[in-house]
Design a protein around this ligand. Structure first.
Ligand SMILES: C[S@@+](CC[C@H](N)C(=O)[O-])C[C@H]1O[C@@H](n2cnc3c(N)ncnc32)[C@H](O)[C@@H]1O
Length: 381
């Protein structure tokens, strides 16, 4: 078994030294423990769905820092102030070593100064790389403060002449002057070629923007979307897809649905979702740029929803959203999450009115402790 050279120092993957079969067992045991804790009487579909355990991620976000020299990498295990200089990442891309080496040479030659989050001074903040796994397209974005001028022409010239196995389609310069540690897009400027890259999932094409959510594991997402379509087994019924991102689940379901409504807070994701419906020639879908809580409580008065799809961020859903869902009264809820703890908490609350027919884990995040999980809930008679 090959282990990444940064294992132990980098905070990225803590399960790299565990045999993959063993890792899947640990994840299954964790799910069982949560089911026991929340006393959820349901069937756990097993074994966990799994995919390529290496080079599966389609997006990484690195940070710049200064540690005797300019470094660009990931936060150290248990230390969010220290950046480990990364040369390779075995869960991401084979092209990454060349990309990061080129990047570091480029910024060192120009003596750019990394941003220091404590003094709030400096220029270089983050580096974003997205790589589609089926269509093999690459997008990169460098995030800086507006402290000095960035050599856009040199950057494009350097990266566009690299020999990579994926096809570099898009380069962005992003400005972030915010005090937050998160990557905030104050301004984004396309400096090379295409605004978007495209991933192929089954017969559908999906636009991926520099700033929108896409399930981190493309192979896993394909299987997950197909399974949701199978479990939904819609007969021209209406679907409401909450936290729809760029519309992946709704687009897969649209073929069998009467109509699909998608709701999402992020403006860029919504415009990608609208574009995704267009390029896939889907007419029975519409997307709403709104907060789910506001949408359910104030904006949506359509009653005839058979299937509700819920795929929230890690924090899960609030009690207000749960109460609105219970009032909406869909026949079936397919709830999925990348956080099994909030997932079980939330479906337990929904079990007031719903039977939890089964739950099913998907290993979207090999080498890390994280698991995606789906639950099928049917309204009680
Ligand atoms: C786990 S992702 C779901 C992605 C999507 N279902 C898919 O398969 O690609 C969660 C999404 O919820 C969105 N989101 C977060 N808070 C929200 C809110 N209060 N209302 C609506 N959408 C929200 C995020 O922008 C993100 O796109």
């Amino acid at each position: 078994m090959r282990i990444c050279k940064h294992f132990g120092k980098c905070g990225g993957c803590s399960f790299q030294d565990i045999d993959y079969k063993e890792e899947l067992k640990i994840k299954e045991e964790n799910i069982k423990k949560l089911m026991e804790f929340y006393q959820i009487p349901t069937t756990l579909l097993r074994p966990i769905n799994y995919y390529n355990e290496w080079f599966y991620r389609n997006k990484m976000e690195f940070s710049f820092s200064y540690n005797n020299d300019i470094v660009c990498g990931l936060y150290a295990k248990g230390n969010n102030s220290l950046v480990v200089d990364i040369e390779e990442c075995l869960i991401f891309s084979l092209d990454l070593p060349v990309i990061l080496k080129t990047l570091k040479e480029f910024v060192k030659e120009r003596s750019y100064i990394p941003y220091n989050k404590f003094s709030r001074k400096g220029f270089l903040r983050n580096f974003i790389v997205r790589e589609t796994k089926f269509s093999k397209e690459l997008m990169i974005g460098i995030v800086t403060t507006s402290h000095c001028d960035f050599d856009k022409v040199g950057f494009v010239k350097t990266f566009s002449s690299l020999k990579l196995s994926s096809n570099l389609k898009s380069i962005y310069l992003i400005t972030n002057n915010s005090l937050s540690d998160a990557v905030i897009f104050d301004k984004k400027e396309l400096i090379y070629k295409d605004e978007f890259i495209f991933e192929d999932l089954d017969k559908f094409k999906f636009i991926i923007g520099i700033n929108s959510f896409f399930q981190a594991n493309s192979e896993g997402a394909l299987d997950f979307y197909k399974k949701i379509k199978k479990y939904a087994s819609l007969k021209k019924e209406n679907v409401l897809d909450l936290f729809c991102g760029i519309g992946g689940i709704g687009i897969f379901l649209s073929e069998d649905a009467q109509f699909v409504f998608g709701v999402e807070l992020n403006k860029d994701a919504i415009s990608n979702a609208i574009e995704n419906a267009k390029i896939n020639n889907i007419k029975n879908i519409s997307f709403y740029n709104s907060d789910v809580r506001k949408f359910l409580n104030l904006e949506f008065n359509y009653k005839d929803i058979s299937l509700l799809v819920v795929n929230p961020p890690r924090a899960g859903i609030s009690n207000k959203i749960k109460r609105a869902i219970l009032r909406l009264n869909p026949k079936v809820i397919i709830y999925s999450s990348c956080n099994p703890t909030t997932f079980f908490r939330d479906i337990k609350d929904l079990s007031l009115k719903y039977n939890i027919n089964f739950v099913e884990p998907f290993d979207f995040f090999p080498k890390t402790p994280h698991t995606e999980i789906l639950g099928y809930l049917k309204i009680k008679d």
